[in-house]
Design a protein around this ligand. Sequence first.
Ligand SMILES: Cc1cc2nc3c(=O)[nH]c(=O)nc-3n(C[C@H](O)[C@H](O)[C@H](O)COP(=O)(O)OP(=O)(O)OC[C@H]3O[C@@H](n4cnc5c(N)ncnc54)[C@H](O)[C@@H]3O)c2cc1C
Length: 439
Amino acid sequence: MAIKKRPFWLSRDYGRFDALNGDVETEVAIIGGGITGVSAAYHLGEEGVDSVLLEKDSIASGATGHSMGGLVPGIEQEDIWQSIEKYGEGRTRTIWEASNGAIDEMAALCANGIECDFVRGPAFDLVEDKRELGFLGREHEAARRCGIETNIMDAAQIRDRLAVCDSMAGALEYTKCAQMNPAAFVHGLAGKAKKQKGGIFEHTGARRIAHAQGGLKISTDRGSVRAKKLIIAAESYTPDLGFLKNRMTTLRINALATERLDSSSMDKLGMRGAQAWNMGRDYNFVRSTADSRVIIDGGDSLSVASGDMPQEHRIEEIHSRLLDLFPMMEEIGVEFEWSGRMAAPIKHVPVLNGLVNAITSVVDIRLTLPLVERIGVRMISMPFLGRVGKTADIFCSAGYIGHGLPLGFLGGKVLGELCTGSVSEDSAKLLRAYEPRQS
Ligand SMILES: Cc1cc2nc3c(=O)[nH]c(=O)nc-3n(C[C@H](O)[C@H](O)[C@H](O)COP(=O)(O)OP(=O)(O)OC[C@H]3O[C@@H](n4cnc5c(N)ncnc54)[C@H](O)[C@@H]3O)c2cc1C
């Protein structure tokens, strides 16, 4: 069977929205139809506020539809203990609680009509190298301090739970996670937003943003939108619109989906409703789908490449990693391959940022764990959420890396509140947790 070079989730038709045709006026314009932009439109609609969302391609065609659909609370791809060390216990706890709350809100929306195969389940942090077992204890203790439920599993326990390789030394189970089809969720949410007061337009790229007649004018090739406020939810494309150029770089990740497993193999694998990642060598995230496939991502690189097409050598790498982790999958073929891009936050170090952007515009830098460790503290920081530029009417969010589904959903809600000026206490707390000076 020929391998399909597109994201597994985007191989289904979820329906379409028209392109913009002419000039319109609204309260809030939104650029970007991923989970962040659509969540903003939905939450604004809930408050009775008019919005118009512009998406240059189609809804969920960005990082959202290229993602793994895992819903794990927290920030970045770092552990709770690392987050406490970097940002303190208070900020860590706030972000975990807020993202847990976002998953609960998403679950409620799914229970209320969004069909996206949402399922609750555990996430396992797998450890192959015995020397790293100490980290599990450290993480378990940090989780306890932050009120997060985790369980330490020894080699026998994890091998009893999942059909992982014999070399697996242990795992930490995060009990309160979930997974879904991210494209179906965002389309379902867009449908709800449109029923409220939201205009949603696909194939309508924002080309120019300007202040005009006491408001904002967003020009496209198909007409314009006049609005009092603007939300930029364009994620890794935000710098193309002239914002966050010094705060974001582009991260590219590869992924594959296997053929369907039969029911007894799926049971044997133990991955139904579960997800796992391994921190030992490179970073790989694995989960199953509702139609009994296994999907895995990894092979991260720092790159400004467009990111939609798979990088063949990296796909081979993650496939062999999948077989290393789950040897029983030897006979199962690959059916989908893809590669997605997302924004990674960097601290503003002028020379360093310029250098990184210049290098990654021509070279694809393989992001290995040792490299992340070396540059992580200096370069990787919190996601961006809040007002941008010197004006009071443009708001933006980007840079959630691997946790952008719950955090993007939450970010859209907060961006909507910033636009209406009625920021809830929880949102204000989250904004301060991301950026303490943002009070
Ligand atoms: C391979 C991969 C795996 C991932 N796995 C997970 C996971 O398991 N769990 C998790 O939580 N997160 C995961 N993520 C991260 C997550 O997908 C993102 O953080 C999240 O989807 C970001 O959502 P967003 O709406 O902010 O951005 P996007 O989904 O990228 O949406 C931005 C949209 O803006 C549009 N746009 C850009 N410029 C313009 C313009 N000028 N005019 C109009 N529209 C424009 C783009 O076309 C795009 O649709 C993964 C990401 C990748 C790439």
